[in-house]
Design a protein around this ligand. Sequence first.
Ligand SMILES: *Cc1c(COP(=O)(O)O)cnc(C)c1O
Ligand code: SF4
Length: 372
Amino acid sequence: MTQAPSDAGRDCGSGWQQQLAEGIRDPLRLLRAAGVPRDALAFVLPVHRTWPCLVTPYYLALARGGWPEDPILRQCVPAPEEAAAGTEAHTDPLAEERDSPVPHLVHRYPDRVLLLVTGRCAVHCRHCLRKRRWGEPALADDSGALERALAYIAATTTIREVILSGGDPLVLPDDTVADLLGRVRAIPHIEVIRIGTRLPVVLPQRITPELCAILDRCGPIWLATHFNHPWELTSAAETAVERLLRAAVPVVNQTVLLRGVNDSAATLRRLFRGLLRLRVKPYCLYHGDPVRGTMHLRTGTVPGLDLLRELQDSMSGLAVPHFALDLPDGGGKVRLEPDRCDATRRRRDATPADAPLRYRGFRGTDHTYPEP
Ligand SMILES: *Cc1c(COP(=O)(O)O)cnc(C)c1O
Ligand code: SF4
């Protein structure tokens, strides 16, 4: 990894902390900066009271268009529609609280757990799945809860992977990150640590050489980040990713399919090709969960599948993520695939020999496939 002189390193460290501290929390300031007309304020201010706004100056500066169409502003400026809670919407649709054996830990799948290390983020993404936890205190500040969570992981030997999530784990200072990683790494059956963070997108200055040295030391670590739009692929983001890769931290991306932000094949293609060029693997495209305050950003799974088919048929397989939704009530994630198999032939009484299945290829032509 590249070594910066220690003074430059210190400058870099205070740079991100200052950006974090300068996050715009004042709704009037944000709405003015985003060009929201005065007559919309009456609709937006009540939303801010339920789900407060917060955005880094860096991220806000990526906006190029006007509110409410701009894809950056749609992700960080409260929208009047957030107040219109759909009847299907929940604050915790995935029932994470139910799969939580001890506070701050979600253990749903046999081999991996989510450790929710903080409720803080650098930006309050309007589509956030865990809006309900914004601003919750950091697990790292509650030593009793941290001990209980680590004791659960240490006692449950089926767990191979710990996913640090939140909130955003990387808003925590370096020494806290190092301490958490060290404590998890000390558990013998933990093979892999994954960090879920949006900071390469909203505060790439956070990915300092010092942080990367910590990650390098505590590996194997995978980092899952959250780019949603090609305008987020800046040279600062590129530098952040480059540093992570040089510290032997593979970077994967989780995109949320968002209406009016990235729900077109052209936009997703630019995003995923851009990520691939940075050597970030597009891992997953999530359909929006039915979370209260985010319903206006959801697209529907059928349009999502149409987009996926178009991407699969037109670009490098490396650049195409899988498409998934998370079932309500803790049912778990389900991967969706466009149906390319001729369903009318799939009669229950038909054997493969008398009714060979037909598949539709990327050219749109149908082909039978010989079964053994
Ligand atoms: C999404 C999720 C994971 C990680 O799932 P992967 O398929 O490994 O990316 C783990 N635990 C919970 C509770 C999740 O929601
Ligand atoms: S960074 Fe992640 S956890 Fe934080 S507000 Fe955005 S989506 Fe939610």
